[in-house]
Design a protein around this ligand. Structure first.
Ligand SMILES: O=c1ccn([C@@H]2O[C@H](COP(=O)(O)O)[C@@H](O)[C@H]2O)c(=O)[nH]1
Length: 308
């Protein structure tokens, strides 16, 4: 899957991923009205509204981008109905030939991690059959429980040729509380980065490992250091746009050849129609506003890479 991701980035010339993080408040009224007319103001009605919103967004941007990153929390808030919309979204993105990074941030003791890995990346044994469940291509994983929480994910990735993005240095304001602590001479995030490189050396694709890392756009200095610590790991970079990250901050997350990183924007794209810059599209044309925001994001990042 990492080879496919690299190929798709080269083909689209877009080192970006769009975060499908829908909140009900983002969904234009004409869509919620339609969904509530069919299912009422219920969890099913909300999940239907989110599905219609996602589908229209995907229809407007799928040809421009290599990948999407649905954030499972946004779906879970609607319970089982939300998870059905998550699944429909993953399947629809696959139909559109998009790579799906499930932002699920899982990780637990070994036996529980094994079940999470099966659910999101593997196939579950049912009688004589092995059946995929959520079936994303990559999943985000929290390494805080140590290597026995990661190994089951590595095993499933080996078997299924799927990939991981392991949290190394997150984009949020308080990420330093624990991640920046010094352990001997090194920050904790650097130690985790070294382990990501080690885990990844067992699972190499053509030029990058199946085991990548999450490093926030809001920490460019740490991104520069971690690029060197994990030379073969793809870096998923959240924090662009709504959290303040800009193309010019991100050039050192990439290799010399402009590969090795993929930058996420969620709210910046999916709520573009609410942004002054794209307001002329109006809520009815939120998909076109998202498309314009994707094109601007690609130009911003590629422009910064060309200028460096
Ligand atoms: O360090 C991290 C890890 C994950 N995220 C996730 O990325 C998106 C960001 O959304 P925006 O709307 O573009 O801010 C969201 O799903 C986060 O859970 C992150 O932001 N930082």
């Amino acid at each position: 899957m990492i080879n496919k991701l690299v190929e798709k980035i080269k083909q689209t010339k877009a080192p970006i991923v769009v975060g499908l993080d829908p909140m009900l408040s983002y969904v234009p009224e004409h869509i919620t009205k339609k969904a509530y007319a069919e299912y009422g103001e219920t969890l099913k009605g909300a999940a239907e509204a989110i599905w219609l919103y996602n589908r229209e967004l995907i229809d407007h941007i799928h040809d421009l981008i290599p990948a999407v990153k649905p954030q499972i929390a946004m779906y879970e808030q609607f319970g089982v109905e939300g998870l059905i919309t998550f699944q429909k979204t993953v399947d629809y993105c696959h139909e559109k030939n998009l790579i799906v990074i499930g932002d699920v941030k899982r990780g637990d003791i070994g036996s529980t991690s094994a079940a999470y890995a099966t659910a999101h990346l593997g196939k579950v044994q049912v009688g004589a059959k092995k059946i995929p469940a959520f079936n994303e291509d990559f999943a985000t994983v929290n390494p805080y429980l140590g290597s026995d929480g990661i190994t089951p994910f590595l095993d499933v990735c080996k078997e299924e040729k799927k990939g991981l993005f392991i949290l190394v240095k997150t984009s949020n304001p308080s990420s330093g509380e624990f991640q920046d602590q010094m352990i001997g001479e090194k920050h904790l995030y650097e130690m985790v980065g070294e382990r990501v490189a080690e885990w990844g050396s067992e699972l190499m694709g053509d030029s990058y490992s199946y085991v990548g890392a999450v490093v926030g756009a809001t920490y460019p200095e740490q991104g520069k250091l971690l690029r060197k610590v994990m030379p073969k790991s793809f870096i998923l970079v959240p924090g662009y746009g709504a959290q303040g990250g800009k193309g010019e901050d991100l050039v050192h997350f990439f290799d010399e050849d402009g590969l090795g990183a993929i930058v996420n924007s969620s709210r910046g794209i999916i709520t573009a129609y609410k942004n002054e810059a794209y307001a002329s599209y109006g809520a009815e044309h939120f998909g076109e506003a998202a498309r314009a925001a994707v094109l601007d994001m690609i130009a911003d990042i590629n422009g910064a890479l060309e200028r460096r």
